[in-house]
Design a protein around this ligand. Structure first.
Ligand code: CAA
Length: 258
């Protein structure tokens, strides 16, 4: 495992995981998601940790799934490797509170990763979008299921069908984030919040988290498994391969609706 892809810190009872592919704006490739999953499980198993923070850089929390990696995958590749389910969903096994501290871009899978966290603290420069449609792809890491639960159907449809980007203020108003802070305060606010949470009884925190998840995740599992098959099927689309190739070539995609 490449242990440079996430940086780990322990601050009191708080475990901090920093996504670290700065040149690719923390685009989420298999190696990074393996490392993130490994770090999350390790902090979850550590008796000395009571809360976990996932963060990125000042410019990007994460710009989505790695388009360069996906560009040549076929339907069989993603179906057989169980893309997303295999490592992205490790976060769903974590029983301790997980806080996303988001500065800059949280696009596509980056936005979905934030949505999979329990609390989202946004810096005032944060930008949230599910722009997969611009690649003739679709959100495939829980976005079509968790976003409507967070912001309601009309706003979720608007974001997913038009690729609209929300700034931090809009994301706060929509209910996508828990609170917005000045970018310079993101780290200190997140650590202070995680420290306060981690001081509470861990079994009580875990019970609360499990119960709140139960409020909506009954039908979520079914929805996500449906979404995953639909997302895998996008790799059978020539428009999707053209969309990703065009992004990498920095040109406009030639959409053929196939
Ligand atoms: N995958 C791979 N590489 C990416 C990337 C991604 N998702 N996002 C950015 N990068 C790379 C760029 O290719 C670029 O690399 P080079 O320097 O080698 O050219 C580098 O990161 C910097 O990016 P930009 O030059 O584009 O930076 P910018 O500031 O001009 O724009 C941005 C930032 C608006 C976030 C833009 O990079 C962008 O639109 N990225 C793609 C966002 C996206 O479509 N995400 C969804 C991916 S699909 C997905 O996530 C599926 C799913 O549900 C799991």
């Amino acid at each position: 495992m490449d242990d440079t892809l996430v940086l780990l810190e322990t601050i009191g009872r708080v475990g901090v995981i920093t996504l670290n592919r700065p040149k690719q704006l923390n685009a989420l490739n298999d190696g990074l998601m393996d490392a993130l999953g490994h770090a999350l499980l390790a902090f979850d198993a550590d008796e000395a940790i009571g809360a976990i923070i996932i963060t990125g850089s000042d410019k990007a929390f994460a710009a989505g799934a790695d388009i360069a990696a996906m560009a040549h995958w076929t339907y069989m590749d993603v179906y057989r490797s169980d893309f997303i389910t295999r490592n992205w969903e490790t976060i769903c096994q974590v029983r301790k509170p997980v806080i996303a501290a988001v500065a800059g871009f949280a696009m596509g899978g980056g936005c979905e990763l934030a949505l999979a966290c329990d609390i989202v603290i946004a810096a005032d420069n944060a930008k949230f979008a599910l722009p997969e449609i611009t690649l003739a792809m679709m959100p495939g890491a829980g976005g079509t299921q968790r976003l409507p639960l967070a912001v309601g159907k009309a706003k979720a449809m608007d974001m997913c069908l038009s690729a609209r980007t929300l700034d931090a203020t809009e994301a706060d108003r929509y209910g996508l984030v828990s609170r917005v802070v000045p970018a310079a305060d993101l780290r200190s606010t997140s650590i202070a919040l995680a420290t306060a949470i981690a001081a509470y009884s861990l079994p009580a925190l875990m019970s609360i988290k499990e119960s709140i998840k139960r409020a909506y995740e009954g039908s979520l599992a079914e929805g996500i498994s449906f979404e995953r098959r639909q997302m895998h099927a996008r790799f059978a689309s020539s428009d999707a391969h053209e969309g990703m190739a065009a992004f990498l070539d920095k040109r406009t995609p030639l959409v053929q609706h196939r």
